[in-house]
Write a protein that binds this ligand. Structure first.
Ligand SMILES: [Zn+2]
Ligand SMILES: [Zn+2]
Length: 382
């Protein structure tokens, strides 16, 4: 009987019969890594491949059946691998990454557990444009940004109330669904007293000027106290940062099972801020870095090294960033290079971003893994 794809002598058949294919199965050393549609990392290692080969070699099965067996065994192993290896990882979709000017690309990061499509939104400078681009990149099945916002953003965690971290949330509030808005009490106060007032905007908050529309339920966070976020599988611990002392910003330590991700809102360096906030944060996370549990740090570098200290307004430069990372690396016994560092919040000006990246590259003598997130381009951490 004639078989699909051209019978015994087709190129496909010859490939499966060939010695190079058999050797490939027997001697593959490196893991084969690819991603499924949910951005889960899937690995086929040597054990998987040898098992497949063993089945094919030891059973005198018709070549036609062998091909089907190979296919189904492969799918089965992929499923097991995806479930066992990526459950405690994260997927991140930056909705905006810059620190100013371009209102279509300001700090906002969607974070979900690897096996979930319920995201928390860390800061909310840009929402609509980021979701529109994410939909164009096929990161969601729905193309309408408002529908994605309603359906996939579970809640917001705001590091501080500056507009480059809040404007997207405020502007898109009329189309959003009811959900929680988390922040330190000092951050939520600005929403209550300055934004969700009837003079600046409608009161979509759960407290403040009447009538109270109660779309966003204010959830005050206590420093260093972990909370669980319903329906996401995630846990979040806030840490106070200094952003022109005594103005408070926040770092969020996000946990999925025993894996962590740290996101810092705007922050100055301890020496300049006359503060110990970063030093205390580094003390807390250093053990996680040593145990390889901290998958990534998202941290700001707003200005290049030429900006004088008096004009930093609670931000980092490449020099200050690298000084802080050097302290953290020492506390972690030199293991910080195992954690991915995502540099965020670059303030655009003519040539600034290029200059900042170059200054970081030159200063990175300890071989840290530095990345620059881009808008609507997903990041997978396993
Ligand atoms: Zn900012
Ligand atoms: Zn700020």
């Amino acid at each position: 009987m004639q078989k699909p794809w051209g019978g015994e002598s087709s190129a496909v058949d010859l490939f499966f019969k060939s010695r190079p294919f058999s050797l490939f199965l027997m001697h593959i050393q490196a893991e084969t890594v690819f991603y499924d549609l949910n951005l889960n990392k899937i690995k086929l290692n040597r054990v998987h491949m040898v098992f497949i080969n063993h089945v094919l070699q030891t059973h005198q099965i018709d070549l036609f059946m062998k091909k089907y067996l190979l296919f189904f065994i492969g799918i089965f192993i992929c499923t097991i691998s995806a479930n066992s290896q990526s459950k405690n990882g994260f997927k991140i979709i930056p909705l905006g990454v810059k620190g100013g000017l371009d209102e279509s690309n300001l700090s906002a990061y969607l974070v979900a557990a690897s096996d979930s499509n319920q995201f928390i939104c860390l800061d909310a400078g840009t929402i609509y444009k980021g979701l529109e681009l994410a939909a164009e990149n096929k990161l969601f099945t729905t193309s309408d940004p408002s529908l994605i916002q309603q359906k996939h953003i579970n809640s917001y965690f705001i590091s501080h109330a500056h507009l480059d971290h809040t404007a997207g949330l405020i502007m898109n509030s009329p189309n959003d669904k009811a959900k929680n808005l988390y922040g330190l009490a000092s951050v939520l106060d600005v929403f209550k007293k300055n934004y969700f007032t009837w003079s600046a905007w409608a009161n979509f908050g759960s407290e403040g000027e009447a009538p109270i529309l109660k779309k966003y339920s204010y959830q005050p966070l206590l420093p260093k106290v972990e909370i669980s976020v319903d329906q996401t599988g995630l846990f979040v611990t806030p840490f106070v940062l200094s952003h022109v002392n005594p103005y408070e910003s926040t770092a969020f330590l996000v946990r999925n099972q025993n894996s962590y991700l740290l996101y810092l809102g705007d922050t100055g360096a301890d020496d300049i801020e006359q503060s110990r906030q970063l030093a205390q944060l580094w003390q807390t996370i250093a053990p996680l870095i040593q145990k390889n549990q901290l998958k990534a740090i998202f941290i700001e570098v707003s200005f290049d090294n030429s900006i004088p200290t008096k004009s930093l307004f609670g931000h980092l430069t490449p020099k200050l960033f690298m000084e802080e990372m050097t302290k953290l690396n020492q506390l972690s016994n030199g293991s910080l290079k195992n954690t991915s560092l995502y540099v965020t919040h670059l303030k655009p000006c003519n040539g600034c971003e290029f200059k900042i990246q170059n200054e970081i590259k030159t200063a990175n003598q300890i071989g840290l893994k530095i990345h620059y997130p881009s808008q609507a381009s997903s990041i997978v951490l396993n």
